[in-house]
Design a protein. Structure first.
Length: 342
């Protein structure tokens, strides 16, 4: 199987990358870190008009009818920037609405008129096909707006009007907005079980793609700095301690890309090993992103610890997205229990 993007797929990714570099760069994170929304409404609408939120949806819902592989490549670029904004929850929230037959809501999300944040139920919270009861953490949730709840057995949407005690907090990542809330037996607007649509696996692949983009970005930043930063009249990249770190980052990033691209194909084709491939992608990509981001700070030396450098932004983004769908240990445990892993 060819695990390299086709020319058409790469063109889609390049178009997304150009827009994200121009409109959602790290400068936006720094300049807007005190704003209620992490992305201005105008920029979000422009990204939606470019097709970033409905790439894999059918055309009748405003999508491009592309595959998960194309969507994965776009999310890789989101991680590479790293661009702020509720990309994951909006893309999957639109799919929930489309599958549920709510064409108006799906079109509103795809068009950038409505945003969907991510809801993470805390231990003890009951999340079923009809109602949600208990406390939860919220990522990039607009108020008023919609919240995507995603679990292995299904995914649903709930409106913030059904939640109470919504309290904003401070995230370690200045490009993410967090808050907490309480759902008092709140009714779900829509719910799609996993046997109808593998939304959890799609979320796993797209999260892995974000982390892969981070791993590639910090690899490139480290290599560029090692070539130009000089000590005692020589680039620091001539030293084996730096060479080995950069080489390890490159190997981990390449492995993450190959595994994530294959996982996207496996989920799209409904292969029996789709869950194995998707979880493997997230495990490999999370490790590549977290280790690479930390190494990038070290290679940059003193400047890597400053607020003005981008290195710390990648460290924080990698930590957030490594935990959104559960930690590495949980995915490893589940992966080892799968029949395919026996």
């Amino acid at each position: 199987m060819d695990l390299l993007p086709t020319a058409e797929q790469q063109s889609i990714a390049d178009t997304a990358a150009e827009f994200l570099r121009n409109e959602m760069s790290t400068a936006l994170i720094r300049g807007g870190r005190g704003d209620a929304a992490c992305v201005p409404a105008v920029a979000w609408k422009e990204g939606a008009a470019l097709g970033l939120l409905g790439l894999s949806l059918p055309e009748e819902h405003g999508g491009a009818d592309a595959g998960l592989a194309e969507e994965m490549l776009v999310f890789r670029e989101v991680g590479r920037i790293p661009a702020p904004g509720p990309f994951l929850s909006c893309v999957l929230g639109a799919r929930v609405a489309a599958v549920a037959g709510d064409a108006d809501l799906a079109a509103s999300i795809v068009g950038g008129d409505a945003q969907v944040g991510l809801g993470l139920p805390r231990p003890g919270t009951v999340s079923g096909p009809i109602r949600l009861d208990g406390p939860l953490d919220l990522l990039d949730v607009p108020v008023p707006g919609h919240v995507l709840l995603i679990a292995e057995d299904g995914a649903g949407l709930v409106h913030t009007d059904a939640l109470s005690d919504v309290n904003p907090g401070e995230a370690i990542d200045p490009g993410v907005r967090i808050s907490d809330a309480v759902a008092g037996n709140a009714p779900l607007l829509h719910y799609i079980p996993a046997d109808r649509e593998p939304l959890y696996l799609r979320a796993t692949v797209l999260t892995a793609a974000l982390l892969t983009g981070i791993a590639e970005a910090v690899r490139d930043a480290s290599v560029a700095h090692a070539k130009t930063r000089e000590q005692f009249g020589r680039p620091i990249g001539v030293h084996q301690a730096i060479k080995h770190r950069c080489a390890d980052m490159a190997v981990r990033a390449e492995a993450a890309m190959a595994q994530t691209f294959f996982a996207a194909i496996a989920v799209d084709e409904g292969r029996p090993d789709a869950e194995l491939q998707a979880r493997s992608a997230l495990i490999v990509a999370a490790r590549a992103a977290r280790l690479g981001a930390a190494e990038n700070v070290q290679i940059h030396g003193g400047i890597g610890y400053t607020f003005e450098a981008d290195a710390h932004l990648y460290v924080k983004r990698a930590e957030v997205w490594s935990q959104v769908l559960g930690g590495r240990a949980g995915h490893l445990d589940r992966l080892l229990r799968l029949p395919e892993a026996a």
